[in-house]
Design a protein around this ligand. Structure first.
Ligand SMILES: *Cc1c(COP(=O)(O)O)cnc(C)c1O
Length: 372
């Protein structure tokens, strides 16, 4: 079976892990967490970086650090991971959803203004699958309406928008270092921002809101979302390979693109937009409406040919956890609905070989040939 993701750990991971073990610094104390934070902050050009336990935790902390709460509304794409929604909902704020752009599979920024009300406090930009969100119009809307911007750059580590690094946009940005991200710590995440007070709040929220002056006395509830030294050691080794990883992702993506472009029934994301080149975090495929089967059936057929594929996200407005609370009643977001039913992605890990890729392409071609 060709796995949908296999990470590449071929740098200084072992060396740095050994340092942790030999020195005894295995919790969140020790040099590696700060070194990894500094490396990421400098890389994206932010003043502060705060390492956390995972990307979902980064979003939780970012939403709480911005002081969102009951009565506030936050605009997010409906096509995203639940972590974006849960971070907002857990502050007590409400979600306002926006549909996707059928070309880039990102939030359709032309629909943002329709979702703004007098209660809107923030917009969350989530870069999905390989192309960044069109940030210039999004930032213009945010500044015109006085809204905060949270950037979820989990899938866009090392990607750029108009030459600036993803993770450098808006008030606060989040990364994930899950095993399928451009660099991994197994589980891990990071928050980056420029504002000193916001960074201090995020640091405190990460560490149970311990008060430096009087430990074990708390004025606010935080979390233990600390990253361990062991994770940061792996993270630093991965960081050293980030540019090579980005190059590899683009190579794999372009190769898939050239092998699948023109196959009837298959829609692919564009290689580039004026503001960015696709980094192909994953290689997504959308099935044409003329085909008599959807993404689930396609994934079963591919699995029979030993190719694992993953579905696109399931939209937030169709999540049982929200529908059962009576939320999003009657709301329709046709592009995201279509993506969730007709979209899936092929094996896209950094360790994918050309032979595996050729096999995956052959399986897709064989599947399509049966129906067209
Ligand atoms: C992976 C991911 C997350 C969550 O990160 P975890 O580390 O898995 O918690 C959040 N947002 C996006 C867009 C992601 O792809």
């Amino acid at each position: 079976m060709i796995p949908v993701n296999e990470p590449l750990l071929d740098g200084n991971e072992r060396l740095y892990l050994n340092e942790c073990i030999e020195s005894g610094w295995i919790s969140s104390d020790g040099a590696f967490v700060e070194r990894f934070e500094r490396a990421m902050a400098d890389y994206v050009g932010r003043k502060h970086a705060i390492a956390v336990a995972n990307g979902s935790a980064a979003l939780d902390v970012a939403a709480a650090a911005l002081g969102l709460g009951p009565g506030d509304e936050v605009i997010i794409p409906t096509h995203t991971i639940i972590s974006c929604a849960s971070a907002i909902v857990r502050t007590g704020a409400s979600l306002r959803l926006v549909d996707s752009d059928s070309q880039t599979w990102n939030m359709d920024v032309t629909k943002i203004e329709d979702a703004i009300s007098s209660r809107t406090r923030a917009i969350m930009a989530v870069h999905t699958f390989g192309l960044p969100v069109d940030m210039t119009p999004l930032l213009d809307i945010a500044s015109k309406h006085g809204l905060a911007v949270i950037e979820d750059a989990a899938q866009a580590i090392g990607q750029t928008y108009d030459g600036a690094k993803c993770g450098s946009f808006g008030d606060i940005s989040c990364f994930s270092f899950y095993a399928n991200k451009h660099i991994t710590t197994g589980e891990g995440g990071m928050i980056v921002c420029d504002d000193d007070a916001l960074a201090a709040r995020a640091r405190s929220l990460r560490n149970l809101c311990f008060k430096p002056e009087r430990r074990f006395v708390h004025e606010e509830l935080g979390w233990n979302y600390r990253m361990s030294s062991l994770q940061a050691a792996v993270g630093l080794a991965q960081f050293e390979r980030l540019d090579a990883h980005i190059e590899r992702k683009r190579e794999l993506g372009r190769r898939y693109e050239s092998l699948l472009r023109g196959v009837r029934g298959v829609e692919l994301a564009p290689l580039a937009r004026p503001y960015a080149e696709n980094v192909y975090w994953v290689f997504g495929v959308m099935l044409d409406d003329s085909l008599p089967f959807g993404a689930d059936e396609a994934r079963s057929m591919l699995a029979e040919m030993n190719v694992s594929a993953r579905p696109f996200f399931w939209p937030m407005h169709e999540q049982p956890v929200f529908r059962n609370q009576g939320l999003f009643d009657g709301e329709r977001y046709p592009v995201a609905e279509r993506m969730s039913r007709r979209g899936f992605y092929l094996p896209s890990g950094l360790a994918l070989t050309e032979t595996q890729q050729d096999h995956a392409v052959a399986a897709v071609r064989m599947m399509m040939a049966k129906f067209l």
